[in-house]
Write a protein that binds this ligand. Structure first.
Ligand code: PEP
Ligand code: MN
Length: 264
């Protein structure tokens, strides 16, 4: 079902008037984690003002260590839904377990499966039973075939609304947090009809590289970008402040991107 062989035309996912996978670029921006109502409201305002369409933010955070901040939970879903509605943005948030799929889908327009959960088959199966669009992140050590098979689980369950997200893979390089595999973008387009989104924030882990790799992703054919932005990155509650753009950088990035491709 994920293969282009059996579905030659690109899949376009339409969410409340925003078409993902068509000729326009979708921009998802926001903090790594939802922290407070004030934080997410202000960032939503800035994403909208810059020309973005989707507000990102994690209420449930998959942290490497059990003692790190794990996200604010269901309250965060409510804060983000409210900010999205107020500022006219779609919302995307990560869901980590099958039990939380329904409550996340109640509050968000798009559900994100994180890199660490790409092969959480129970989660993928559950996501196949609903119609809410899913942004599936590539596992950081997964092949294209494994990635497409993970998407297949969701599609096979009956949910056709899947986007693929390249977010960097693990290589021998340590200067960057991950290695953004730009080649994945044209390869996934060749093999599959599903929209392809690029995540240069996690793909590089370094703010100063995000802008360039966003532009490179668009040149490689990405249908959209997911970018971390924070009003106070140095004091963000996850370690992802170092890869988060400042609001003025985010606004400038969108201005530049508009010269490369029309935004949604
Ligand atoms: C995130 O989007 O904040 C995140 C945790 O992403 P990934 O699963 O790609 O690490
Ligand atoms: Mn993050």
């Amino acid at each position: 079902l994920a293969s282009r062989d059996f579905h030659p035309d690109n899949t376009v996912i339409n969410i409340k008037g925003v078409s993902i996978g068509g000729s326009e670029l979708v921009i998802m921006g926001g903090p790594c984690a939802v922290e407070s109502p004030e934080q997410i409201d202000e960032i939503a305002r800035l994403v909208k003002a810059a020309g973005g369409q989707v507000l990102r933010g994690g209420a449930f955070k998959p942290r490497t260590g059990p003692y790190s901040f794990q996200g604010v939970g269901v309250e965060g879903l409510e804060m983000m839904a409210e900010a999205g509605k107020k500022h006219g943005l779609l919302t995307i948030t990560e869901v980590m377990t099958p039990e939380y799929v329904d409550v996340c889908a109640e509050h968000a327009d798009i559900l994100q499966v994180g890199t660490r959960n790409m092969q959480n088959f129970d989660l993928l199966r559950k996501l196949g039973t609903i119609q809410t669009p899913v942004l599936l992140k590539r596992g950081f050590s997964s092949t294209y075939d494994e990635f497409l098979n993970a998407a297949e689980y969701i599609l096979a369950g009956g949910n056709p609304n899947v986007m693929l997200c390249e977010r960097g893979i693990r290589t021998f390089e340590t200067y960057t947090r991950n290695t953004l595999d730009l080649t994945a973008i044209p390869v996934l387009h060749q093999l599959s009809h599903l929209p392809v989104i690029s995540d240069p924030s996690h793909g590089t882990g370094r703010r100063e590289l995000v802008e360039t790799m966003c532009k490179a992703s668009v040149a490689a054919g990405a249908d959209g970008l997911i970018v971390e932005m924070h009003t106070d990155p140095d004091n963000s509650m996850t370690g992802d402040g170092v890869q988060s753009l400042f609001p003025d950088q985010f606004a400038k990035l969108l201005q530049d991107l508009e010269k490369l491709a029309p935004l949604c």
